[in-house]
Design a protein around this ligand. Sequence first.
Ligand SMILES: [Zn+2]
Ligand SMILES: [Zn+2]
Length: 397
Amino acid sequence: MTRYTPDLFAADHADLTMIRRDIHRHPETAFEEQRTSQIVAEKLASWGIEVHRGLAKTGVVGTLKGKRPGQKTIGLRADMDALHLQEKNEFDHASVHANKMHACGHDGHTTMLLGAAKHLAASPDFAGTVHFIFQPAEEGEGGARVMIEEGLFDVFNCDAVYGMHNMPGLRKGNFAICAGPMLAASDSWQVTFKGTGGHGAMPHMGTDPTQPAAQFILAVQGIVGRNVPPTQPAVLSVGHIHAGTFGSPNVIPSEVLVRGTARSYTPEVRALLERRLGEVAAGIAQACACEAEYKYFKRYPPLINSVEQTTLAVEAAALTVGRDRVDPNTPRITGAEDFAFMLEKKPGAYIMIGNGGAEEGGCHYVHSPLYDFNDEILTTGAAYWVNLVQLELGDAA
Ligand SMILES: [Zn+2]
Ligand SMILES: [Zn+2]
């Protein structure tokens, strides 16, 4: 089989760079990616790819059938949204919109997948079907979940799905992945401790919710230390406390609100954190003659790569840049990613591509106002996608 190296895409590099910088200059945030999805849809259509629009408002799915017969279908996914952030870069392609910026490189992800789509449309030498999935609202709003709820996999069946994200700190064009849990579940939770409150000089006349709140905040770390298996990572952090009025230190408040985040890597640990936070809050509240109102918000599930597809992703990356530049056992990341919703439904793999390492002068981390996607890796990413399609669908009959 053909090995697609980035230099085979050299003729497209200038064009891809132009597309990437144009999208960077015009960032659009969650579910408002109108201009970006228009560009994506027009490009796909111009290459003869069947285009479906409207899933999760701005989602675009391009469908390409190989010229050889085959039943297998795979989905390749890129995210299109930007962040609410004021860009501090001063280069020509810096954002023209105040407080909006492609600070996570989704402009690059979209462009790399377009590069692969163009190539595959020109020579569809594979058996089966590829769905190019361009999703909105990865940053915090769960665009992938919305696309699934609106029927993504009912309309476009996928036997496997694949995603890719750039990674500052990793040498440009290197790849990193691991089988199993790779990114954390990101949930939030809140407890409102309720008492009667009252005069600060007469605490015995009422019930004081600051007591259980204080004990609870310390007890939270006991959940990680005593309930979660020591071999499993988990994080519980308190991020917000609110009670009373600044001008009234002599008033015992009647409510104390405590909010925090929960990170975990397996559905079991995730469920454990959800259950124990509620139990600990209720138990401590009862001990203090108060009540606890508890809410747990499931945001993004853990991102779990399936073994078989991870092996294929590693092979595709090795074909692209050489095996010595692929780390198949990268450490887990405590960040989250909504591609995890797709991996809850379908087997697949999510890989990181290096955006530039310290030995190369480094680059700003994602979500920094000085971040920029590295255009040098556009053709590397496109080549990876094409290699992956060949591995998945190349030999099928
Ligand atoms: Zn991000
Ligand atoms: Zn991102």
